[in-house]
Design a protein around this ligand. Sequence first.
Ligand code: SF4
Length: 458
Amino acid sequence: MSLHIPAEFVEKYNKPGPRYTSYPTVPVWEPGFDENGYRAALTELASRPDDELALYLHLPFCAKACHYCGCNMIVDHGKDAVDLYLDRVEKELGMVTDIIGTGRKAVQFHWGGGTPNFLNEKQTERALKMFRDAYDFQPGAEVSLEIDPRIATAEQAAFFKSVGFNRISMGLQDFDLAVQKAIGRNQGRERTLDVYQGCRDAGFEGVNIDLVYGLPGQTSETFQKTLKEIIQLQPDRVACFSYAHVPWVRPNQEKVDTTIMLEGYDKFQLFMLTVDLFQDADYTWIGIDHFAKKDDELSVALGNKALHRNFMGYATKPAPHMLAFGMSGIGDVCDRFVQNAAEMSPWEEAIDAGKLPIVKGHKLTDDDKLRRHTILNLMCNLELPWSLTEERWGASVKELMPEMLKALPELVDDGLCEMDNTGLRITAKGRYFVRNVAMTMDAYLGKGKGKPIFSKTV
Ligand code: SF4
């Protein structure tokens, strides 16, 4: 390991905390924010016709539930479920375009799930057409989807490329068979490799792999084997997410055998190993949990301090708004965050009643915008110049957020960050604890009651 970080140190900072794909984070959004709030945001968007958009479509269907799953998905569905779902997405799209009009510029379109490749070719083409009819995809727009290799084929990968997707992410999680068994996801090495090669042969601009560390059955030895195999494949980007064990939020995780799951310091070692191996293999460590080849847009954007973070993670194509469709989709429109119903029935009922299916949201205050700006800058660029806020807010970060300065000396003493007259910078050690540093700027933390909604930072 390139760094030695003692176990007591890791435990000190291993506490529940957000991943800051947004600020304020979803748990503090208000249930009272309903479709009227979203309609107001869309009406404002209609008055800004040149603003570019990012689009998200949630496709919740899965062939079989994985024990560790933290997504909004459904496995029990009838024969026509996908077609009926797409009928409703079409209605949802129509409700939005009734307000903002058609032909708005789109620079990013992502399909997440669930399992987007659960759709057959006809359904895939239909869903793409709906969006192409409603939006004007700009040259160079990123059109991406996540696939589950268990139900994918090389031919399917070629099909996705032929209909216009240019980036594809494979949920691989771990090659180890014992781990796959422990998470209820037997996906077979040969098939996975065949699908990966199919993606490569199809000529995607980016082929990405998603891994998860901290899964039951993983050990340093087994995970190292998986990581080395992944490096041999040379994907463009790798996301290595920390397994968040929150069975009180995701009851399906009750099936996870926690007696064979590394936690705390031992789990942290898995991530340190990941960082070491990818950096040794000449990948750039991006933000908290992504790795990208040196010539990948993410690495270039990091070098140019032009990296962005949104609900989908790290991004290179900044769009001031994100419109989300489908159950559980979360959007960001004209400084309002909105979340669609996370369960199928309420989402369907709202659409059938001609309502936008919003169940919670939040209108950002000026203080929220200030903190979002500083937190996301830290999560992307690993630094916080005190002058960052001067142009927009007329004062430095130090003047605007004095309470953060009270919390920082302990983090500086512990070696997570350095401060001088110009700003704050994350250290090599602090890279593993960026979320903890960001938490010093979060005005909402610690105000909730009950069991923590966030997973632990390690
Ligand atoms: S982990 Fe992915 S494939 Fe497995 S149930 Fe969840 S969404 Fe579906």
